[in-house]
Design a protein around this ligand. Sequence first.
Ligand code: NDP
Length: 329
Amino acid sequence: MPQSFSAIEITKDEEGQHAKLTTLTEDDLMAGDVTVGVEYSALNYKDGLAMTGKAPVVRRFPLVPGIDFAGTVTSSEHPAFQAGDKVVLNGFGVGEVHSGGFSQMARVKGDWLVKLPEGLTTRQAMAVGTAGYTSMLCVMALEQHGVTPASGDILVTGAAGGVGSVAVLLLAKLGYRVVAVTGRMAEAEYLKSLGAAEVIERQPFGDKPKPLAKELWAGAVDVAGGNTLANVLSQIRYGGAVAACGLAESMNLPTSVAPFILRGVTLYGIDSVMAPIARREQAWQRIVRDLDLAKLESLVSEISLQEVPAAAEAILAGKIRGRTIVKPG
Ligand code: NDP
């Protein structure tokens, strides 16, 4: 008898797509050379889009959503992994075209897995999750550009969200003076508790961007895109850089070449989904070293598979604070 387990499954018919909690068996697992007992997954903005069908994130049906997970290998035909190994997975189309983490079991390609670094539990790995790992990729991009704590203030947009919260935490721990932008000023104290030196309201960043504005920031982490990113670019100091990873406001970027050609500003595009394994391993090692794991815990809310549909609506409505982790069993 194949082993059965709980999972959320998304199906599609003439009326559209439907997500429901169901029982699957090992025979339902997709092709792959490593089977993992999922201990934790996490709810990301993209999972919200996948669960609700508000954007065509899921491109194969039926599919188990969940773009990231951490767990223990139960069986492996991949030379790098064996039963008992603790692993973490982010992206590679998991939760989009390959079944993902909102499940007690997953089967994936070993080439997509990273061994959990020493000092990190599977729960902590998902508290970090794709959001935190993406924040680390953003911070690494700014560092490689040469932005140091002495360079000046760093702006973080969407600061009360998943990527933003961890970016504030990381940058503050690394000694940067962080200015957090949020649409939820009620979260100002929370953002200060993460290490933000200043919290400013999103409003000024929503107006029509000027090509160039007063030079304020040595660097920025942007999760919003749209007018927000355009305004941020116009406020970056000479030679500074922005690490852009999101589109929480918009996919558009209504800017001009002025910040680039007149101030030598650099815009780094950050992708976590197809990032090479070596870069991922480096990011996870840095997370163990540079993230305050005790403070991270204060960002975490834990939910069950049953609670995922409501939380998916909430994340799209901008009502989720910090990181939401999913315990499938
Ligand atoms: P969250 O929903 O947790 O956070 C997004 C935050 O963006 C919100 O909390 C809010 O911050 C802010 N925001 C929402 N709407 C607007 C708006 N109209 N204008 C400006 N800011 C807004 O999502 P995540 O942190 O998980 O993801 C953030 C973005 O990064 C998403 O677009 C996601 O798709 C993208 N992403 C990209 C990755 C990559 O590989 N490139 C990987 C992971 C995420 P506040 O409440 O403070 O106002």
